[in-house]
Design a binder for this molecule. Structure first.
Ligand code: DGL
Length: 270
């Protein structure tokens, strides 16, 4: 049995990371958990997010994955170290990869960060960016209304465009040249965000860099799936499975058609 890469998020956001992992590592098997019954995590206190993350990781390790990817910035910000201490397998977060990608792209040295209230309040991006480049200037803002739009599959409506415009109105006046999408749900709104920020601002989606980090770790551990492996992915969610499936199919499209998908809905402490 092929060992999977287990990926988790508060909902559908982590699928943006899954899409990139499937693109870069097409032979890898994915085990995904979206906690759609308890999303959003952003407004929740840190200890609650830590408790939920522990619970999901405990669920996923039953399947003996070779790695856990916390594809949620809010959970990465507060729970990554805790999970690393509790489990003896590689645990990858999304904040350092996102920060690395932005520092590699910026020319002006001014970087914007948008994320959930929890992520912005944690200061995790400031820390990660300053560690990489101490003189970087950071402009950050929480966008709490974005995640509910994405969970509703409302990616490109007039309501979405208006919400994005209002939420980013202050950031538009900044001279940043890169904007980190510091929540894995936000790439679903990338077109709208890009329209508001204009062509001079590059949107940084941590998925690409995260998938590279996954690939490097698997390579170093000699755990990359063989080219003859045909992966069967498993997607779990704690809430409405039909809604989740619809969004996953819209987002993953071809990859879903290419590989058989088994949908299951475990009920964990909701
Ligand atoms: N997608 C998650 C993140 O990257 C969580 C969003 C939420 O549940 O508030 O932060």
């Amino acid at each position: 049995m092929q060992q999977a890469i287990a990926v988790l998020d508060s909902g559908v956001g982590g699928l943006t990371v899954v899409k990139e992992v499937m693109r870069q590592l097409p032979y890898e098997k994915i085990l995904y958990f979206g906690d759609t019954a308890r999303t959003p995590y952003g407004p929740r206190p840190a200890d609650e997010v830590i408790a939920f993350t522990r619970e999901i990781v405990n669920y996923l390790v039953q399947y003996r994955p070779k790695m856990i990817v916390i594809a949620c910035n809010t959970a990465t910000a507060v729970a990554l170290e805790d999970i690393r201490h509790r489990h003896n397998l590689p645990i990858v977060g999304v904040i350092n990869p996102g920060a690395r990608a932005a520092v590699g792209r910026t020319k002006s040295g001014i970087i914007g960060v948008i994320g959930t209230e929890g992520t912005i309040k944690s200061g995790a991006y400031d820390l990660a960016l300053k560690r990489l480049s101490p003189h970087i200037e950071i402009v950050s803002q929480a966008c709490p209304s974005f995640v509910p739009l994405v969970e509703d599959g409302n990616f490109r409506s007039a309501e979405t465009n208006q919400t994005v415009l209002e939420s980013l109105s202050l950031l538009r006046n900044s001279t940043m040249d890169c904007l980190i999408l510091g929540c894995t749900h936000y790439p679903f709104l990338a077109e709208s965000i890009s329209e508001v920020m204009g062509p001079t601002v590059v949107l940084i989606n941590s998925a690409e860099e995260t998938a590279r980090e996954i690939s490097t770790i698997l390579h170093e551990n000699n755990e990359l799936a063989g080219k003859d492996e045909f992966p069967v992915h498993h997607f779990f969610c704690s809430g409405d499975a039909r809604k989740f499936q619809q969004i996953a199919k819209t987002w993953l499209g071809d990859q879903i058609r290419l590989t058989p998908v088994i949908w299951q809905v475990p009920h964990i402490g909701v």
